[in-house]
Design a protein around this ligand. Structure first.
Ligand code: UD1
Length: 367
């Protein structure tokens, strides 16, 4: 029986790893789940394990927060010890957070088969820490498991071998489709006093939007204007909550604590519009058919624009207000990219297991 280690570290990893763990277990793989501890607050971590029914981690590296270098290094040191101790046949990493990069480098140097789920996404913005993480993780990986056709094109144009590249669909959407009905049945919308009233949802946590007070104040100015037309609910990331302390907000721009997976899915599913700088939320709104306005200058997920409900708006306050008001009057028609169908986890399990069984395994080579 193969022994495969699945890694999760930060909030957006948990909903991606769950269907992979389930699909590997279903085909008889001996799975271990490692939590790096990059996110550690109950609201950023534990609630996702409860909401998703994700098993308790078999190993917890407890690294916590730190600068990029300190955090990545702490995960590397702890994960190297784990790999020496457990010697898995393969490691699966997801997404683009610091934990993803750290575990990739360790696995590549240990000679363990490495699979990257969400391979090939590119914003082409090297100032984004996630872009550095994506490119370097792909480079270290044996198997590049891509969510969409644009990611496949990126990998081909970067010179990866065809036997490394696999279009598997979007694993985050597996989890969304599995939990949508359960989420909608929750009492959250009534508890927030919203009833049938239309509302919008906001999330912001990118350093480029929230770390510089004047940049954040400028975006909040636009959100205050939009909130004068339609109430906006804003579950805030701890990083953003700290930054918002000194900025005035309209009472209809309602700041809420971070939400768990099911409550946030319920909120998105009922929203008239979502304004965000998150990558995953661009995908989830597309799968839900809800209009999304992305408050960034670029996106690594252009498929959500060409084949979904997303629009890239940037951070100019007048552009944000104009886009929000126009999308409320004329929302885009729902549509969804190929293979965002709830079965990505199964495809991933099949690709990894057959690579492990293959006798002529090739390692990543010079590009
Ligand atoms: C990380 C990911 C980002 C992802 C985001 C989702 C990287 C480079 N960034 O950003 O891609 O979209 O997670 O949330 O990996 N904090 C807490 N409690 C926690 C965790 C963090 O209060 O449980 C605070 C700490 O002050 C910490 C700060 O949030 O310093 C930032 O956390 P960190 O993990 O470094 O990055 P995120 O901004 O969460």
């Amino acid at each position: 029986m193969s022994r495969i280690t699945c890694v999760a570290g930060a909030r957006p990893n948990f909903m991606k790893i769950k269907p992979i763990v389930d699909a590997l277990v279903a085909i008889g793989v001996d799975v271990e789940l490692v939590h790096t501890g990059q996110h550690y607050d109950a609201a950023m971590s534990d609630v996702f394990f409860d909401d998703l029914g994700l098993r308790k981690p078999d190993a917890h590296l407890d690294v916590g927060s730190g600068s990029h270098g300190a955090q990545t290094a702490a995960v590397m040191v702890a994960f190297e010890r784990y790999i020496e101790d457990r010697s898995p046949d393969a490691v699966v990493v997801v997404g683009d957070v610091n934990s993803t990069l750290a575990c990739s480098i360790v696995s590549a140097k240990a000679g363990v088969l490495l699979a990257h789920v969400e391979a090939g996404l590119r914003s082409r913005d090297w100032s984004m820490p996630e872009e550095v993480n994506r490119v370097c993780t792909d480079r270290a990986s044996d198997l590049l498991l891509a969510p969409s056709s644009d990611a496949i094109e990126n990998l081909r144009s970067e010179g990866y071998r065809e036997d490394q590249i696999h279009l598997v669909g979007n694993v985050m959407i597996d989890t969304l489709l599995k939990n949508r009905e359960r989420a909608i049945a929750r009492p959250l919308i009534g508890d927030l006093g919203l009833g049938e009233q239309p509302f919008g949802v906001v999330t912001l946590h990118r350093p480029s939007n929230v770390d510089e007070p004047s940049a954040l104040a400028s975006i909040v100015g636009a959100l205050n204007d939009v909130a004068a037309e339609i109430p906006l609910l804003w579950p805030t990331h701890p990083r953003t909550m700290k930054a918002l302390e000194s900025i005035e907000t309209n009472p209809d721009l309602r700041l809420l604590p971070p939400m768990g997976y099911l409550d946030f899915l319920a909120l998105q599913a009922s929203a008239a519009v979502v304004l965000t700088d998150s990558g995953g939320i661009q995908e989830e709104t597309t799968a839900l058919g809800v209009p999304c306005l992305t408050l960034r200058e670029n996106t690594e997920r252009p498929i959500t624009i060409t084949e979904g409900t997303n629009r890239l708006v940037g951070t100019d306050p007048a552009a944000i207000t104009e886009a929000a008001l126009s999308v409320l009057l004329d929302p885009p028609a729902p549509r969804c990219p190929a293979l965002w169908d709830g079965h990505a986890g199964e495809r991933i399990a099949t690709v990894i297991e057959s690579a492990l069984q293959s006798s002529d395994r090739k390692r990543p080579t010079d590009l």
